[in-house]
Design a protein around this ligand. Structure first.
Ligand SMILES: NC(=O)c1ccc[n+]([C@@H]2O[C@H](COP(=O)([O-])OP(=O)(O)OC[C@H]3O[C@@H](n4cnc5c(N)ncnc54)[C@H](OP(=O)(O)O)[C@@H]3O)[C@@H](O)[C@H]2O)c1
Length: 228
């Protein structure tokens, strides 16, 4: 039984990973500001704001998954410097805080891995994405640096999803027209569901991915790689 620590498992992609890990009979520790809706003998929950609260001590962690993020889309003329700072805080500083705090616990595991989240908007330029793209580019730099620092002691990778159907992206999928337009922009004509992302997360934190570290995987419906 592995011990999986999810920061942000109360909703969205993190919740899908949490459910999948419980189904695989692993222990899950969730840290988020609101309670999870799920109750399970193998699930522990801590109410914490990753940026402001002290984190709970854990002796050993096999995988750490950091889910908090933002999608703050505006032209640069409308973005305040504080928007860039806030996006950097939740996407990068929060991840660094969690990683620093749990490095020893991860090093106590023989199969340790970390999984972070980027976005397709780092690989391809998208209008109005400058703040989130800057922050997630920081996440991608962190992944490659720590992979080199840790080598085989802790593997670290990121998933860079395209638009995924969660609370965070709900305002971009408000009606049928927006949903159709979004599908149309993707060569594979789809919007990601949380289980698409959880399936890839399950693989990357498992020993099946023991040869992978320092990589960012575009989960993109073809949008970063295929031109039709
Ligand atoms: N959804 C998309 O279309 C999309 C696309 C590209 C990349 N991504 C990236 O994928 C990741 C997951 O996205 P998502 O759509 O699943 O997000 P989400 O639905 O907003 O879920 C985020 C999770 O993080 C928790 N969280 C947020 N702020 C927190 C804080 N300060 N302290 C502790 N927990 C916090 C939330 O719980 P509480 O609110 O209870 O704290 C929630 O459980 C993000 O990094 C996002 O940038 C998403």
């Amino acid at each position: 039984m592995r011990k999986i620590l999810i920061i942000g498992g109360s909703k969205g992609i993190g919740e899908a990973i949490l459910l999948s890990q419980l189904e695989q009979n692993n222990k899950v520790v969730n840290i988020s500001r609101s309670e999870t809706k799920i109750s399970h003998a193998n699930l522990e929950h801590y109410n914490c704001d990753i940026l402001n609260d002290e984190l709970p001590y854990l002796e050993e962690v096999d995988s750490l998954i950091y889910c908090p993020g933002s999608i703050n889309l505006k032209p640069i003329s409308s973005l305040k410097l504080d928007d860039y700072r806030n996006d950097f805080e939740i996407n990068v500083i929060g991840a660094i805080k969690a990683i620093q705090f749990y490095t020893n616990a991860l090093k106590n595991s023989k199969t340790a891995s970390v999984l972070l989240f980027s976005t397709v908007a780092v690989k391809i330029g998208m209008p109005y994405h400058s703040s989130v793209a800057v922050a997630k580019a920081g996440v991608e730099g962190l992944v490659r640096s720590l992979a080199a620092e840790w080598l085989s002691s802790i593997r670290i990778n990121a998933i860079a999803p395209t638009l995924t159907n969660t609370e965070l992206s709900a305002r971009f999928l408000r009606n049928d027209k927006m949903i159709e337009n979004s599908k149309e922009r993707h060569p594979l004509k789809l919007i990601l569901e949380v289980n698409d992302v959880a399936d890839m997360a399950d693989y990357l934190i498992s020993e099946k991915a023991r040869a992978l570290s320092g990589q960012v995987f575009e989960l993109d419906g073809g949008i970063t790689t295929i031109k039709v």
